[in-house]
Design a protein around this ligand. Structure first.
Ligand code: HEM
Length: 455
């Protein structure tokens, strides 16, 4: 058995980072083609990153001992300045499960149903602001929708001025995280206009807002509220202890952050793909007109297959571990390569084609389709995100006539940690938006409960 790292691209670490950022698809697929199912990528300031691009190996990683495969430690190196040390994303083992158990119920398949009408209302209002006849970046618009949705889910609504304040604070916070997340070198403070100092200012302003909300909610006696903050305030750990202020802050920022940029990017990709695939677009419209949900569900799945929002997920080894014939030392990052697996010809024939039918024909089972990661770290918002994407797409497709601003496909580019369309999914609205239709709640809601939720 070999004890060295698997082969990988030979360019210097900084060059590999630039290539990965500019063209993650080309870079990772080339590495896979040249080096095989297990390959090593080197990036500045990170330990060696070993990608696994084969479903059985991914199963080994996702199903591995949580004491050995540390996702929290791996996430923390990138996300801790943003989400904090008490976030479900940055914790491991027992501490992680403690938080995860409290966060799961509000996002359970059945629980997300109650957001259907809110999502549809927010989308309808946003669509009506779109310009007719001139190109615009859809990604910015889907992000407005998903931010409003997640803020409503987290805080509920009472006071519209506070809601607007939350939108502004989160927008600024997200903008300031971009430069510091992927480049630890940018985390030095060199003057008040340095990215780190601006980021900290935005973070402190958002934190102040969140702590105020927590304090005012603690004083409330209304037991009927079912927003995420109210549910977490009522939740207790196994020993009966309530969540601390710090835990609450970190989980709320986690849910807001993880819950809106990702879904906004997924939605932008769905439209970017649909307007370039007229046959699929027509089938999606027909299925919506017929009141069906299966095809739309397949469109969402095919979008997340062909344009997964995250190219990979990471685990940091705490002990030497054998993977794919290599004994990897403690400290190595192991990354199930979502993007590469989703484009394996043997799992998805003609992988570059956008063909939702493949999901109706049974492709994409087990560890072949992993846009939400897996095992005890699988995305808590997976049911919520797919439900939201279906409702937003249903509204967009039934009310608007969009075309691509440029017929050439947009490339994937790293934006923060997500792979976004490089021009923001630019589209043109050909005609004024059609009047809003009633939400076909029965069909759409039925699907939410089918989404798998596991701990
Ligand atoms: C299309 C949208 C989304 C995608 C593609 C996505 C993807 C992911 C992925 C790949 C992970 C890491 C899983 C792993 O390490 O195995 C993750 C974790 C997580 N996601 Fe999502 N996500 C999306 C939407 C959401 C939403 C809407 C929420 C909240 C409502 C959310 C909350 C979380 C949380 C809290 C975690 C951490 C889970 C843990 O470490 O235990 N995500 N997500």
């Amino acid at each position: 058995m070999a004890s060295e790292f698997p082969p990988g691209p030979r360019a210097p670490a900084l060059v590999q980072l630039i290539q990965l950022g500019r063209d993650p698809f080309g870079f990772l697929r080339r590495a896979h083609r040249q080096c095989g199912d297990v390959f090593t990528v080197n990036l500045p300031s990170f330990p060696p990153a070993v990608y696994v691009a084969e479903p059985e190996l991914v199963k080994q990683v996702f199903g591995g001992d949580a004491r050995v495969f540390h996702a929290g430690e791996a996430n923390a190196s990138v996300l801790e300045p943003v989400v904090g040390p008490d976030s479900v994303l940055t914790l491991d083992e027992h501490e992680h499960m403690r938080q995860r158990k409290l966060l799961l119920p509000p996002f359970h398949g059945d629980a997300v149903r109650r957001y259907g009408e809110v999502i549809r209302d927010i989308t309808d209002r946003e669509i009506e602001t779109w310009p007719v006849g001139e190109p615009f970046a859809l990604r910015d618009r889907t992000q407005r929708i998903t931010l409003d949705v997640i803020l409503r889910a987290v805080f509920g609504v009472r006071d519209s001025a506070r809601f607007t304040k939350a939108q502004v604070l989160v927008d600024e916070f997200v903008k300031r995280t971009h430069s510091i997340v992927m480049l630890p070198a940018m985390r030095r403070r060199f003057g008040r206009f340095s990215p780190m100092v601006r980021f900290e200012r935005a973070r402190d302003a958002l934190d102040d807002f969140i702590y105020e909300e927590i304090a005012s909610r603690r004083g409330e006696t209304n037991a009927d509220r079912d927003d995420v903050l109210s549910l977490l305030l009522r939740a207790t750990h196994e020993d009966g202890a309530p969540m601390s202020e710090r835990e609450l802050r970190d989980e709320l920022v986690t849910v807001i952050g993880a819950g809106h940029e990702t879904t906004a990017t997924g939605l932008a990709w769905a439209v970017e793909r649909l307007v370039r695939n007229p046959r699929v677009l027509a089938s999606a419209r027909e299925s919506i007109a017929a009141g069906e949900d299966e095809y739309l569900d397949a469109v969402v799945k095919e979008t997340l297959r062909s344009r997964p929002v995250l190219s990979d997920v990471a685990r940091k080894l705490t002990a030497p571990t054998e993977i794919g014939g290599y004994t990897l030392p403690a400290g190595t990052l192991v990354l199930p390569a979502i993007l590469v697996i989703h484009h394996r010809e043997d799992l998805y024939p003609d992988p570059l084609e956008f063909r939702p039918e493949r999901f109706l024909e049974g492709q994409g089972g087990g560890f072949n389709w992993i846009p939400f990661g897996g095992g005890v770290r699988r995305c808590i918002g997976a049911a919520f995100a797919q439900y939201e994407m279906r409702i937003v797409l249903r509204a967009i497709l039934s009310r608007t006539d969009l075309r691509a601003a440029d017929p050439r496909p947009e490339r994937m580019r790293l934006r923060n940690i997500t792979m976004a369309p490089d021009h923001g999914a630019r589209v043109v609205l050909s005609q004024p938006v059609a009047p809003a239709a009633e939400l076909d709640a029965g069909e759409t809601l039925a699907h939410a409960s089918r989404a798998p939720e596991r701990v």
